[in-house]
Design a binder for this molecule. Structure first.
Ligand SMILES: [Zn+2]
Length: 178
């Protein structure tokens, strides 16, 4: 069976080395990407509500960034879809309170991460927490991510693969063999 792929499967992976992209392309072409991810990341999580997400984020923050400014809001956002957004947003909402401007930190995580393996949720949260200290995706930013989660780079790559897998047709059931 030939499964036609109209999308560009590598659109989430810009900037990664070509050899790596070739491996991903093979996994996609062979219909093995879902299985590849499921094997490496078998466990989901129970962080399903905004309240649960708030607690989850706060626990990570208290462990790694205790002295950073408090978070005003933490929530799942079902309007975040594309990968730049799915990797989370870091908004600094400015609200006028009387005469003075008050900055409030918010963390929004794309709702599709409710279904993600736990390590990918953790990666997103680490990413967003790192933005409390560093606005840009620069060296300092990524080294803070790594100090919170030593596997950060691998997890970010695999989370991108997972996002890609969400857009592929579901894997065929292995029934033809018997
Ligand atoms: Zn970012």
């Amino acid at each position: 069976m030939v499964r036609a792929l109209r999308m560009n499967p590598l659109k989430y992976l810009a900037g990664y080395p070509p050899e790596l992209l070739a491996q991903v392309q093979r996994l996609v072409d062979d219909g093995r990407l879902h299985a590849h991810l499921a094997k490496r990341y078998p466990d989901g999580h129970e962080v399903r509500s905004d309240k649960a997400l708030y607690d989850y984020v706060l626990a990570q923050k208290n462990e790694h960034l205790r002295n950073s400014e408090p978070l005003a809001k933490v929530l799942y956002d079902n309007k975040l879809h594309v990968v730049q957004q799915a990797l989370g947003t870091h908004t600094t909402a400015v609200r006028v309170q009387g005469q003075k401007l008050k900055t409030k930190r918010e963390i929004r995580v794309a709702s599709l991460f409710k279904q993600a393996p736990e390590p990918f949720l953790r990666m997103i949260v680490v990413h967003e927490l790192a933005h409390l200290r560093h606005r840009e995706h620069d060296k300092k930013f990524y080294s803070l991510c790594e100090s919170m989660e030593p596997d950060y780079h691998q997890l970010e790559f695999d989370a991108r693969l997972w996002l890609l897998a969400q857009e592929l047709p579901p894997p065929a059931s292995p029934s033809a063999a018997d």
